[in-house]
Design a binder for this molecule. Sequence first.
Ligand code: IPE
Ligand code: IPE
Ligand code: MG
Length: 282
Amino acid sequence: MINQWKDGQSPEDKDIQATLLEGGALPRHIAIIMDGNGRWAMDRNLPRAAGHQQGIESVRDIVKASSQLGIGFLTVYAFSMENWKRPRVEVQILMSLLKTYLLQEIDELHANNVRLQAIGKLNALPKNVQTILNESIEKTAGNTGLTLTLALSYSGRWDIVRAVQMIALDIRRGTLSPEDITDEHFSEYLLTKNMPDPDLMIRTSGEMRLSNFLLWESAYSEMYITERLWPDFRREDLYSALRDYLNRERRFGKTSQQLRESDEKEQQQGSIRRIISSFSSR
Ligand code: IPE
Ligand code: IPE
Ligand code: MG
């Protein structure tokens, strides 16, 4: 029997999620830099691999909770392009854990309407990982729930450079003129083109850096950094991040006063629309 996430939830957890949902607009897109697996293992005198293994439990819980909350997009940084520089054995372990995760989870993800995607230089991954990844992506391509994106062999700068190369080719072909390149147009060339920018970016293990993750897309992301190490990060920590997010004021360069005024205007327009529609339906 495949676990249906909606059914297996405790009443307390349902209540917490309901309160969060009533608290305001939750992020449409959450991005997570899953960091601290090695330190988690070192703290326990275990090999680093044990931290990576335990980190999978965190991925499971966060994916499930995000899906239950109706979050549209969850993007997790699982392996950076720079991570290829790690010892060969660690890279091998990470690749084999990725394979195991996909093989073990894909049916449950599919049964829960999750659409799997991947961003990064995927052809750098071992062939057998590529095969399983492609099969998993294809299998879930038609799903309409949470879009779970794995950033694998990913580098934000690499994606930006790739976009510039494709733009240059289009200009050479004559299908694009330099004047037409806007922010929006540029985004269309990135691997993240079919997702909104992350509203919330979480990093575990206390590190205060982006480490080359979603450089373009995070321009206005709200940052949430927690000391919690990734293998210890569970849904309660996600809820704390979301509560924090709900209390933030996203100003996008404007002043607080401007935001209040445009809120009031929207409310007024909303009530005018309601009055008009109540008259027209009489
Ligand atoms: C994150 O944990 C996982 C990957 C980068 C693949 P780390 O392995 O970076 O853990 P720390 O930072 O050494 O504790
Ligand atoms: C960032 O973590 C990459 C992932 C979480 C996959 P790192 O542990 O590789 O980052 P740095 O090297 O400390 O910046
Ligand atoms: Mg690290």
